[in-house]
Unconditional design. Structure first.
Length: 296
């Protein structure tokens, strides 16, 4: 049974369809990243899955529960890491984990969590003295304190320095090794590419693409060949089709870049030309994201 199964999810606010017919399936043990610009509907979708909002239409199953009616039994099996936590700032890191852990029938030891998120040196420091990145690490630990089967991570590494981000990625990798399911929202494309088994992009309340980091939006299907246009060259003279001018560069989209390069270089050598600044790229995950969400 899928950890998350959503069909035809709709959420309206007056005349606005914040979520306009979303279908999602997340398998047990999978890391699933939901990407989208602000206002695209991803936060509303996640809040419905968490049980914090009610859907207007659609069938929703999370760990076999309807989140809106799952009650305590459902909430004991999920962990939530929000962008902005609300933890009593006079508590120490260790005290916060012990207090919050006491609310769950099964829990991870406070010392294990402290080590997991790299807060050993701050274990007995008051929360109000922590830096922004350290507070985010504590919020991650609090989301894990109940040993959840499913973890919702809302931009979990915002405010982290590069070293702390990589450490957090290691924590999440270790969680998936334990069979945990993770639903992640993030604005960091490298984070989605590193962590996620599958990615969905939501825009204007609809899923506009879904796939693995390597196949999303056809990333596995084509390459872009670019080189400086030799003086006086006309596009129709090129030995391969699909060329266009991008400023002073010629750009060619090709599903067979090896063959296209062979034809181009043979053509240039026959004329005694160099193809300056020649390079071959695949569209990056960020390129695909910007194309699908309509951002310039």
């Amino acid at each position: 049974m899928p950890a998350i199964e959503v069909k035809g999810l709709v959420k309206r606010y007056g005349e606005l369809n914040a979520v306009a017919g979303v279908d999602l399936t997340v398998e047990p043990g999978e890391v699933f990243a939901l990407l989208g610009p602000n206002g695209a509907g991803k936060t509303t979708t996640v809040e419905i899955l968490e049980g914090h909002r009610h859907a207007d239409e659609g069938a929703i199953s999370v760990l076999g529960f309807d989140p809106a009616r799952g009650g305590r039994e459902y909430r004991e099996r999920i962990g939530i890491v929000l962008q902005d936590g609300a933890v009593e700032r006079e508590l120490t890191v260790r005290e916060a984990l012990v207090v919050y852990g006491g609310m769950y029938p099964r829990r991870l030891p406070a010392n294990d969590l402290i080590e997991m998120v790299g807060l050993q040196e701050k274990a007995d420091a008051r929360i109000k003295t922590l830096s922004g990145g350290q507070q985010r690490r504590l919020e991650l630990a609090l989301g894990l304190v109940g040993d959840p089967d499913l973890i919702f991570l809302d931009e979990p590494t915002t405010g982290f320095d590069p070293s702390a981000r990589r450490q957090a990625w290691g924590v999440l990798d270790s969680l998936t090794a334990l069979g945990k399911t993770i639903l992640l929202t993030t604005h960091y494309m490298d984070e989605a590419r590193h962590l996620a088994d599958r990615i969905a992009i939501i825009d204007h309340g609809k899923i506009v693409a879904e796939g693995t980091p390597d196949t999303l939006g056809g990333r596995d299907g084509g390459s872009i060949i670019r080189f400086a246009a030799p003086s006086g060259t006309r596009l129709e003279e090129l030995p391969v089709g699909g060329a266009r001018l991008d400023g002073e560069m010629i750009e060619i989209a090709s599903d067979s870049p090896t063959r296209a390069l062979h034809e181009l270089t043979s053509w240039a050598l026959h004329r005694g030309w160099e193809l300056d600044q020649l390079r071959v790229d695949r569209p990056s995950l960020e390129d695909i994201y910007l194309e699908l969400t309509g951002d310039d």
